[in-house]
Design a binder for this molecule. Structure first.
Ligand SMILES: [Zn+2]
Length: 247
């Protein structure tokens, strides 16, 4: 069993504070066989949990942080928890402790990393369309900035606007009572379908919540499927991690 290739990880040039570090793992490496091919960090993907645990241990070793990353059992909801070792059911995790990475696992959904610009706390949030619509970013901002502390956001790799076809249910969930959200959708050649932009929706919602320092990654899980996992493209597959921590 070989290690994941740390050199193949994505190291975003986003440094909202000198103490804040971020990384996105890729599938590049040789731990799980197809259909998870590569470095799968997601339990409940049908993969052998021992391989997933081995991959997570190698990620921790690669990060060389004092504590192991805090993972979540993600449910497309709005629960936010403080980082610990118990992998609770939630879609957001935050910490004020140095050396404790917060991670979310995705394969098309949007990872959102947030940091207080004074470097005192960070968090990772899982934002697929259901979570965005349910208000995961409201919960994120309420948790990290209860007194209106300044936040900066980084939007990670997800399925892109050209690749993400959605039906009327998704379009209406966002636009029925929010005309402003229509700018996140393009008409699709297939009747009753649209192309949706998760980055655009997150950007819109964060700005409404007072977060204006927002940067985004340029990778798409489908367009860059050799690096990242895509549930939409592959069906049963693995998960990569977006991680944020305080040095
Ligand atoms: Zn794409």
């Amino acid at each position: 069993m070989k290690s994941p290739h740390l050199g193949a990880w994505l190291w975003p040039d986003w440094r909202p504070h000198p103490r804040v570090r971020v990384v996105v793992t890729t599938r590049i490496g040789d731990i799980s066989p197809p259909p998870w091919q590569g470095v799968n960090l997601g339990l409940n993907t049908g993969d052998d949990p021992e391989r997933v645990r081995a991959a997570r241990e190698k990620v921790h070793a690669g990060l060389a942080t004092a504590r192991a990353p805090a993972w979540l059992r993600q449910v497309h909801g709005t629960g936010v928890v403080e980082a610990d070792d118990h992998e609770p059911e939630a879609d957001g995790v935050w910490t004020a402790q140095p050396g404790r990475p917060c991670g979310v696992l995705t394969a098309d959904c949007l990872p959102v990393l947030l940091a207080r610009t004074d470097g005192s706390a960070v968090g990772a949030f899982h934002a697929g369309w259901r979570g965005l619509q349910a208000g995961i970013l409201n919960a994120a901002v309420e948790t990290l900035a209860p007194e209106g502390e300044a936040l900066a956001a980084w939007l990670g790799p997800c399925i892109c606007r050209r690749c993400y076809q959605v039906g009327k249910d998704v379009y209406q969930a966002f636009t029925a009572s929010d005309a402003g959200a229509k700018s996140a959708f393009d008409a699709d050649p297939e009747p009753g379908h649209w192309r949706a932009d998760l980055h655009h929706l997150a950007h819109l919602f964060l700005r409404r919540l007072g977060v204006t320092a927002i940067e985004r990654d340029g990778h798409c899980t489908v367009c860059h499927n050799h690096l990242l996992y895509s549930h939409r493209k592959e069906g049963s597959t693995g998960r990569f991690a977006s991680l944020i921590w305080l040095e």
